[in-house]
Design a protein around this ligand. Structure first.
Ligand code: 3HC
Length: 316
């Protein structure tokens, strides 16, 4: 699309600011595509955090002891808070909460593939903490350097809390891997079910990632999907092996020349099937979000009524 010279001049200055490592703030000039991409990414990130409360939340009432229950309650509560930070960050770009929630509840917006799988045993809670939050931290640490100020700052706060999520999951998995044969079998089963969905969290291969080029150009992503995925695999494989757990990938091998653990081909048909709404739990997850939204209507109406009275000076 041809732009007028004034636009070209503004774009040049915008890109120079990013090259200098400056943060773009809500009131600054930005290309509409920059705004659109950020609203897309941040709102879907927020949806992922809130939907991500559901798989683990199901285990709060069934935690094996008070300590684990307290940790899980804190983690699930954190995820809800992450969703709020991120919805707010998206609102600084002009998106409204209503529009974003509507997009999620109607199935138009995406959320992370990984939350569309069932949590079948208690060991899933530990594996989600170690693998899923571990993958999320890999991605979110990168996003903490994002060129858009509010997103970058939200990531700094979120990463601090995610590292607790990651550590508590790792502690649980190691305890079970070194525990009774039944505990080890339970945690290996969970690894077998969550390993590939966790690799898919990083998105399609860079060659199939339509958004990555512009996101990298404008400093929203500073690493690519494949780069982060490879770093995650390189970290996770030795740690899983160290506690006697295996990776469910018969094609996995260590490449001495690159120092990479080379994983087998990801089932992209499953990836696209799941993110297009046909995963094991998509319908259940959206039904739960729709019910929560309906159940919360009275709260929203009460707040709006109070806000109107505040504006009218009827209440202080
Ligand atoms: N799940 C669902 N959809 C995905 C996906 C995934 N794992 N990976 C990619 N997609 C979608 C993209 O959204 C895009 O669709 P859209 O254009 O309709 O939005 C399409 O697949 C093509 O993918 P691209 O690689 O071109 O998309 P991106 O460049 O946006 O990369 C991403 C995908 C890496 C997920 C990127 O959007 C991103 O970094 N998002 C922010 C981080 C995020 O959302 N993390 C979700 C996990 S949050 C979490 O785990 C909570 C923790 O507390 C447990």
């Amino acid at each position: 699309m041809d732009h007028d010279p004034e636009y070209e001049e503004k774009l040049k200055e915008f890109e120079a600011r990013i090259a200098r490592g400056e943060k773009i703030e809500p009131g600054d000039w930005m290309p509409e595509e920059y705004r659109r991409q950020l609203i897309r990414m941040i709102s879907q990130h927020a949806h992922s955090e809130v939907v991500g409360m559901l798989p683990e939340g199901a285990w709060i009432t069934r935690a094996p002891n008070l300590r684990r229950k307290l940790i899980l309650i804190a983690k699930v509560q954190d995820e809800g808070g992450h969703g709020q930070y991120l919805y707010h960050a998206a609102e600084t770009l002009g998106a409204t909460r209503e529009e974003m929630i509507e997009a999620l509840l109607t199935g138009r917006a995406k959320y992370s593939n990984v939350f569309n799988y069932p949590t079948l045993t208690w060991a899933d809670v530990g594996v989600i903490g170690w693998l899923v939050d571990g993958a999320a931290i890999k991605n979110q640490t990168m996003l903490a350097r994002c060129s858009y100020g509010p997103y970058s700052r939200a990531m700094v706060r979120i990463c601090a809390e995610e590292s607790f999520h990651h550590k508590q999951g790792k502690e649980m998995v190691i305890q079970y891997a070194l525990g009774t044969p039944k505990q080890k079998a339970m945690v290996q089963d969970a690894i077998n079910r969550w390993w590939w969905p966790a690799l898919m969290m990083f998105g399609p291969h860079d060659t199939d990632s339509p958004n990555t080029p512009v996101l990298v150009r404008w400093g929203i992503k500073t690493r690519t999907n494949d780069e982060l995925r490879q770093e995650f695999v390189n970290e996770m494989v030795p740690e899983l092996h160290a506690v006697g757990l295996s990776v469910p990938d018969p094609d996995l091998y260590y490449d001495e020349t690159t120092g990479n653990w080379v994983h087998g081909e990801i089932d992209w048909d499953e990836f696209w099937r799941v993110i297009r709404g046909n995963g094991p739990c998509n319908k259940e997850r959206l039904a739960a979000r729709r019910k929560a939204h309906e159940d919360g209507l009275w709260v929203r109406e009460a707040l709006e009524a109070y806000a109107r009275k505040r504006v009218a000076g009827v209440v202080s």
